[in-house]
Each structure stands twice: as C-alpha cells, then as structure tokens.
Design a protein around this ligand. Sequence first.
Ligand code: NAP
Length: 458
Amino acid sequence: MNGSRSPLRVAIVGSGPAGSYAAAHLMNRREFAVQVEMFDRLPTPWGLVRSGVAPDHAETKMVVDLFERTAGQPGFRFHLNVEIGKHLGHQDVLDHHHAVIYAVGAPDDRELAIPGKDLPGSHGAAQFVAWYNGHPEHRDLTYDLSGKRAVVIGNGNVALDVARILTKSTRDLAETDIADHALAALAENQIEEVVVLGRRGPAQAAFTTPELLALAHPPDVDVVVDPTEVALADEAPSTFSARMKAQILQEYAARAPRGRRRRIVLRFLATPVEIVGTEGVEGVRVARSELVSGPDGSLGVRTSDDTELLEAGLVLRSIGSRGRPFPGLPFDERRGTIANDEGRVIEPGTGRPLPGAYTTGWIKRGPSGVIGTNKKCAGQTVEMLLADHAAGLLPEPSHDAQALERLIRVRQPDVVDHQGWRAIDSHERERGEAEARPRVKLVRVDHMLRVAGSDIPA
Ligand code: NAP
C-alpha cells in the first residue's frame, strides 16, 4: 500500500450512521494501520440515530453499540462540536489527512410547491422530528396542538413516525427518550385525528411494512382506511413488499373503527393542492387523483378538479428531505447531493475526482433507505478510497495528528472528545434511570459542554 509504513489517516465529517459505518469499515482493516478522526458539529454523536429515529423505536437505536465499539478502538478519535465549513475548511482537514469522507446527511425538508405552504401552522416534518428528539437547534420550535385534526402530507416512513407520535398516549411517550419539552407539549395535545395524505396508491406508498404494522399496535388508536380508495388504486403490485402493504391496508380497510381515543386516517390518491387559511392554517384542499403510466413505465399521478377541504389546525409536510451544498465542494443541484461517482467526489463538468475527497450516506445517494443501507453505501466509498490509496492517488498530509489537535484547539476551544461524550452519555442515562426511561436528553449545547467538561450536573 503506497510503500508507506505510516498509518492511513482519514477524516470523517458527520457521525451519523453513514459516517459511523465508514469508520467501522476502515477500522476493521487488519492489513495496515488506519487512523480515523471523526468530526461532528454537535457535542453528541450518531446523527439521525439520536435526532431522527423515533423515540419509541429503542431497538433501532441499538446500532450505536456497534458504533461505540468502533469509536473505542485505538486509532479512532472524536472531535465533536467542531463544524467543518466553519471552524475548519476542507483544505484544513486535507492538510492533516490522506482523505476526508463527507457523511453530512440531508438536513432540509423538500419544498412542497403549493399555495399556503408557509402559513403559520404548516411545518416541515424533519424539523418536527428534530424537535421531539431534542436536537439543540430545533428545541425552541413551537407547535400548535390545540386543533382536533392534523394533516401529514406524504406517504413515507417519516409521515408514519410523526402520525404515530402525535397519536401516542403521554404514558407511552413518557417511557421513551423523547425530549422533555416535547413530552410536555404533547401531554397537552388535543389532536383526535391525524390524516396522512398519499398522492398515489397503497402499492406505491414509500413507507415500509413494519412501520405500517406498527401503526395499529397502540390499543387506544384506530387506523382507518377507506376501502374505495384502496380499490380504486388496485392495480397488481409488482413487488413482494408492495403486495404486503396493499394486503395490510386492505385488512385495515375491512376493520370497523372502534371509537378509540385517537385515529390515524390513511388516505390514497389524495393530492394536496393548497394549504388554506388567512392568519394560519385552517385546512388542506385535496384533489382526488388517478394513477397514470409514464413513458418509462413508472406510475405517476394526475389530479382531477374534484376537490375537498380537510379542516386542520396543523400541517406537517413530510415529502422527503434534501442535502445542502457543502462549502468548497461541488454540488449536484438536481439530486441534492455532493457531486460524486460511487463515493468519489467529482468535478461535475469533467467527472474528474477531487483528490482525497469522498462522500457517503444521504449526501452521496440522496435520502433513501434504512439505517442498514448505509453499511453497503459506506463500504463502496471505503473501497474507492482504499483503491486510490493503493494506486498512490491520495495526497500526502503536510501536517500530523498533533498539529491537527493544536489547530482544532485554536479554532474551537470547546471541542468535545470521546471522554466528554461519555460523560454526557452517562449523565443522560443516569437521569433516565431515575425516571425509568432509557435516557433524559440534554438539549442545550451549553449544558452538554458543562457536563462534557466536568462532573458538575447540567
Ligand atoms: P420518502 O420515503 O422519500 O417519502 C416521501 C413521500 O412524500 C412519498 O410518499 C412521496 O410520494 C411523497 N411526496 C413527494 N412529493 C409530494 C408532493 N408534492 N405531494 C404529496 N406527496 C409527495 O421520505 P421520508 O419519509 O422522509 O423518508 C426518508 C428515508 O428515511 C426513507 O428511505 C425512509 O424509509 C427512511 N426512514 C426510515 C424509517 C424506519 O425505518 N423506521 C423511519 C423514518 C425514515 P411519491 O412516491 O408519490 O413521490
């Protein structure tokens, strides 16, 4: 490998599932030494596992045990609360490493281009998720939960997550690691019905079978599906998963509502065309739609003039998310990703790789797949990086690890290392234990820094 005995030094920007799987792929190499320096702009690691996965999905979060094992290996270092693009630039990082992998995710809600989308009471679902999960940048958001109905636009797993959280009892939520501010707000929740709007049919829904089944678990929530909407969209589903979803929805449609405390209504062939209101959201105008085949065989949607007004006090737009351009790196505007070829960052015009720059996860491939999808995605990126290393194509770093440490201390004195994160983690778990919860999250950066830096409670 490159004829060099010095370790391969790789920086990873972003400590979510994509970055953490990339770290695992690198640290597991036995044939030569690898050092990984992982950066995150928050003082806490694990990205969407902490701030995206629903609080009632504790088993999904167990993947952090694997990530913790990687982070505990010699040769791995955390630089948390350090933002690349702000405290350090791309070239600063490359000066100290052979390569840098960007795993910064897709943090923004996709834009829904309909009138009224910006009315007070209409919110992006990704922000709502970050709020109830205690992301420090979203903890001060407020949601009006005083109306009887909420409408969720979109038919993906995030739409089902937010519908579930809005209908869950306070007792059930209080057993989770949901942020305290969200628990308090949701305890006052007056919403009786959450309508989830799918513009296409059951077989085209983006949500997955386990999420669909999970909706019906709480004993105090009815799941309501209109049999005519399921029948209207009844073209033969082509995949096993689509057939499963269609079958489960038919079963839901056949059930009579049992008059439970709250209801989730799953609508299909129902396209939102306007969010209606004057001072704030009063409802959503929905057009009945039909499936149409595109030239490539894909099923699109055609809206009709047949519309209805669904009154609602809260609208959550859950139509997927989008990556943000990263300072100093080429961006593919159409896909909302860092421009790349199988993980190698490239100049869009020429397709030429930028030496030493790689990407993985949602900012590489777009916001798709479940947490485990990132393992394969990161594996591909790491293979590209190692092939370039073997071919002698990686730039030799001009500075060593000590110089990096000094630079970080100058640019961001509040850097949090692994020990600091462990202190935050233990503090949160101890607070959780006292309340029979997995953890009670710190949601303010200054509190996190206080706990990371000393034994003083926040
Ligand atoms: P998503 O899976 O891409 O779903 C977006 C939904 O929005 C689709 O149903 C799409 O319908 C709909 N949509 C798009 N534009 C629309 C418009 N203009 N009007 C109405 N509907 C529109 O996005 P996501 O739910 O944010 O999830 C992102 C990724 O995270 C997914 O891979 C998801 O599986 C994953 N995730 C997984 C879990 C889990 O495993 N528990 C939990 C959360 C998220 P069309 O299909 O018609 O475009």
